[in-house]
Design a protein around this ligand. Structure first.
Ligand SMILES: [Zn+2]
Length: 266
């Protein structure tokens, strides 16, 4: 049964976030989505007593459709962005699940899956989990269009089946945790570059130990990072709701600008 993520109860955990510009092709992790005290966040009493509640008044404050900025937890980022319009991300624990391999012209069920597949809508931004240096890009038979990043920790981070690679993501380029690497697609399982549609769109994400060591199971790390991301996004979304309810439009605009990346859906 697929392991489906759902938002839980708000936790006290406040994810450490770093400030970034968020402009252009290189998307930086979010600034703290909590407004500073200068933003004059309304008290809960203000929010509750707001007679001119925007919904009851027939007015809506709606953020443009887009993606949440990456949330850094422990120096790492969940590698697929969450959208605010179609939040369908699933990643069953597919570590060492059976996989096909092409042997002598025949597809045989003899492989094992050395990574985790993260299902998302085609075109969803793929983000670097860690800081590091891009080691390779381009086409490989099983992985399709892929990006490989040598992490600062010496491990190799593998992002496969991409629909496209982001501008500036070339071998030798330095990336930070949360940098935009490309878009989710379903390329691969073919020798001809661009071959696709052998399976549904998803990110294949793998981690290989340093010095060409064994592949390691990224599932626990992914669960932890996704949980941190969902909690932080939910907390910020709650703040937006309170600002909207109190008609604090200026503060609402500032939080929206910090919460979402400047990258359009496909
Ligand atoms: Zn996979």
């Amino acid at each position: 049964m697929p392991w489906t993520l759902r938002s839980g109860v708000l936790a006290l955990l406040l994810i450490p976030l770093t400030m970034g510009s968020g402009a252009g092709a290189t998307l930086r992790p979010s600034a703290a989505v909590v407004p500073s005290s200068a933003d004059a966040v309304p008290s809960s009493a203000d929010a509750v007593s707001a007679a001119a509640h925007p919904l009851s008044a027939g007015r809506f404050l709606v953020a443009p459709s887009g993606y949440y900025r990456p949330v850094i937890a422990g120096g790492k980022v969940f590698p697929v962005a969450r959208s605010n319009f179609f939040d369908l991300l699933e990643f069953p624990d597919s570590w060492h699940a059976p996989r096909l391999r092409l042997v002598g012209g025949k597809w045989l069920l003899i492989g094992v899956h050395e990574g985790i597949d993260i299902t998302a809508e085609r075109g969803t931004p793929v983000l670097s989990m860690t800081p590091g240096v891009v080691e390779n890009t381009g086409w490989i038979f099983y992985g399709g269009t892929r990006v490989g990043v040598r992490g600062a920790d010496g491990r190799y981070y593998f992002y496969a089946h991409l629909a496209e690679i982001a501008r500036g993501i070339v071998p030798g380029a330095r990336v930070r945790a949360g940098d935009y690497l490309g878009r989710v697609g379903n390329t691969g399982y073919g020798a001809d570059p661009g071959h696709r549609d052998e399976f549904a769109p998803h990110l294949h994400f793998g981690i290989q130990a340093a010095n060409d060591g064994p592949w390691v199971n990224p599932f626990p790390t992914l669960v932890s990072l996704y949980s941190a991301t969902a909690r932080a996004d939910q907390k910020a979304q709650g703040m937006l709701d309170r600002l909207a309810a109190s008609s604090n439009r200026a503060a609402w605009d500032r939080v929206v600008a910090r919460l979402y990346m400047h990258l359009s859906p496909w």
